[in-house]
Design a protein around this ligand. Structure first.
Ligand code: SAM
Length: 220
């Protein structure tokens, strides 16, 4: 489905000091294949990609102004919602390879709709003015992070008054999912696994959970 070239007119904006070579560079194709598999999500996490896409659609439908996606990956869950929206949208990630694949997925034919930008950026050092966005989306990233409350504070700072944050995280919930998360943690891929209750207590927010995925929707 995807080659290595960017759709025509797409530029991946980057920041001084942010070189290629992020952890997910070189893995974009494998990640992308796995994350879209219904069987993988069901067996490993007792979830469905449809849940992720529905949450993304909820985020897109929540407001009409600028939307920021942080650690957007290959836009596997969000592409359909972003393509059919007219909202100004920034798709950001630390990995250039993941962004290239996101751009390919978001393309309709050889073009990405006007209003979508791709920005290589670190989630903890975002290059946007605080208070710039009506919606911030951050899916499937918090379980990689040692300081989830700190990340949420960063993300909230990007919101305008009345804006909403949509965030999801894998949590230790089912026996199989917890074993897998522990394995990923030992491999250095994710932070120490947390339950949804632990995440709630660390972040001071109420998370809803489906299978091993926890979801947070938050207004400011
Ligand atoms: C598990 S993937 C989730 C991707 C996507 N949001 C999804 O739901 O499929 C984690 C993503 O976080 C990105 N990432 C890792 N560390 C990051 C950082 N410090 N800042 C921004 N993105 C980061 C990776 O490049 C990868 O694309």
């Amino acid at each position: 489905m995807f080659g290595s070239t960017l759709p025509s007119g797409v530029v991946i904006e980057t920041q001084p000091g942010l070189d290629p070579g992020a952890r997910y560079d070189g893995r974009a194709a494998g990640y992308d294949w796995l994350i879209g598999l219904g069987l993988y999500n069901r067996l490993a996490w007792s979830t469905s990609p449809r849940d992720y896409a529905a949450f993304a659609q909820q985020a897109v439908d929540s407001r009409t102004g600028p939307l920021l996606d942080v650690a957007a990956g290959t836009a596997a869950a969000t592409a359909q919602a972003y393509r059919s929206s007219t909202r100004p949208t920034i798709v950001s990630d630390r990995s250039r390879d993941m962004l290239a694949r996101a751009a390919q997925r978001l393309a309709d034919g050889d073009r990405v709709r006007p209003g979508i930008r791709f920005v290589q950026a670190d989630a903890f050092d975002l290059p946007f003015a605080p208070g710039s966005f009506d919606t911030v989306v951050c899916l499937g990233f918090l379980h990689l992070v040692e300081d989830p409350a700190g990340l949420l504070a960063h993300l909230r700072a990007q919101l305008r008054p009345g804006g909403r944050l949509f965030c999801s995280s894998l949590v230790a919930a089912t026996p199989r999912g917890t074993r897998y998360l522990n394995l990923l943690h030992r491999a250095g891929e994710v932070a120490p696994p947390r339950t949804a209750d632990e995440l709630a207590s660390i972040t001071g927010q109420t998370w809803r959970r489906r299978g091993s995925m926890a979801y947070l929707e938050l207004g400011i």
